[in-house]
Design a protein around this ligand. Structure first.
Ligand code: ADP
Length: 369
């Protein structure tokens, strides 16, 4: 199918100041987000952080306590769910078991009063889009979980909604199938140009699929950005810990200098010039974030970069990298990942002493936990 939608930078779906309370408990608190036409936007966050509540308000299954949702400049809030023209795919395949695959895809078109010829053409195109054109006569029970979810996607896209909402659609599938459908989903997004809002708690899935990711925590969006922006420039300690792996060393913030900080480690070592990502005052506790893949393990101490003595506690061979579990002189444990080159073996063994070093520019100072 040709992608005839033209992506634009103007907000297409605009979420403003959404708040939802259940009695005294607050599910979401001031969620605002603009989504561009044709964008693949993912809501990522831990369980209970407010992702589904936000999605269900957009779908119309729930009303917000406060706030607005606009699609192409028109408020959706008083529009019933079935008239919002929004496709939806849930975690569990919600196919009708007694209908064939083709009839499942045809269902929303029959509800909309399409004629049979148009329905047949559309069903054929949709099954082709999800690579199930040979399976139209089967019943859902005769398909694998991944195939059933592809039917659910075909059904949600059948009437050409401008927006598709997906709530953890792949979480019931095993890893291999999940990756296969992620790939399919990217292709379908590219081929149709549809705007997608996707909910997941799986950061790898979010990074793989999305144009941008909104990171949720405790009912709020902490940061919105591309996967690269979130990984390289996390705005908060939560985002730094949630996107990719991180080590956090406890430090005292000694001095602030523009966007940089001088910090002091628990062993008294002073490290100048680490990029600052919090408003912690001089003299207060903070956390120095170090990514496991941005650290070097040296046999000798170095003087031209931050460097601390460590002991090797464990080594895990992971094919392309060696994961090394270390402890510091103040007994803090941390992980690093060393790339492995064919034919070489790192000289480290459990119990080895070594020096951990990094480039200050690759560390970040965040708020203390
Ligand atoms: P997520 O999708 O990120 O897992 P949810 O949006 O489902 O999070 O939930 C956000 C918060 O709102 C949670 O604390 C949850 O317990 C609460 N919540 C969601 N739905 C209800 C409900 N119907 N009644 C009471 N609390 C709810």
């Amino acid at each position: 199918m040709a992608n005839d939608r033209t992506p634009s930078d103007a907000p297409f779906l605009s979420i403003r100041g959404l708040r939802k309370t259940y009695g005294s408990s607050v599910a979401i608190d001031g969620v605002s987000l603009d989504i561009r036409q044709g964008e693949f936007m993912t809501f990522l966050g831990p369980s209970g952080s407010g992702k589904s509540t936000t999605l269900y308000i957009v779908a119309g299954f729930q009303d917000p306590s406060e706030g607005t949702v606009q699609l192409a400049g028109r408020s959706l809030l008083n529009v019933p769910p079935n008239q919002r023209n929004i496709g939806m795919v849930f975690q569990r395949y919600t196919l009708f078991p007694h209908l064939s695959v083709a009839e499942n895809v045809a269902f929303p078109l029959r509800v909309r009063g399409w004629d049979n010829t148009r329905i047949a053409e559309r069903v054929k195109a949709m099954l082709k889009l999800v690579h199930l054109d040979q399976h139209g006569d089967r019943k859902p029970g005769q398909l694998s979980g991944g195939q059933q979810q592809r039917v659910a996607i075909a059904r949600a896209l059948a009437y050409d909604p401008p927006v598709l909402l997906m709530d953890e659609p792949l979480s019931a599938l095993d890893k291999q199938l999940r990756e296969e459908i992620q790939f399919e989903l990217k292709r379908i997004h590219h081929d149709t140009g549809i705007t997608i809002l996707y909910v997941t708690h799986d950061q790898e899935e979010a990074l793989r699929l999305s144009d941008r990711i909104a990171v949720f925590n405790k009912g709020c969006i902490q940061q919105v950005g591309t996967g690269h922006e979130l990984y390289e420039h996390p705005a908060t300690r939560f985002v730094a810990g949630f996107i990719g792996h991180s080590n956090f060393l406890p430090v005292t913030l000694d001095a602030r200098r523009g966007g940089l900080a001088d910090v002091v480690l628990p062993d008294g070592r002073r490290l100048p010039g680490a990029p600052l990502r919090c408003d912690t005052a001089a003299g207060a506790q903070a956390a120095l974030m170090l990514r496991p893949d941005r650290l070097a393990l040296l046999s000798e101490a170095c003087n031209d970069a931050p460097c601390i003595p460590v002991r090797v506690r464990d080594l895990s061979y992971l094919g392309d990298v060696m994961q090394v579990h270390l402890s510091t002189s103040w007994d803090q444990e941390l992980d690093i990942r060393l790339p492995l080159r064919p034919g070489t073996t790192p000289p480290w063994q459990i119990g080895s002493t070594a020096h951990l070093s990094w480039d200050s520019a690759h560390s970040q100072v965040h708020a203390a936990a």
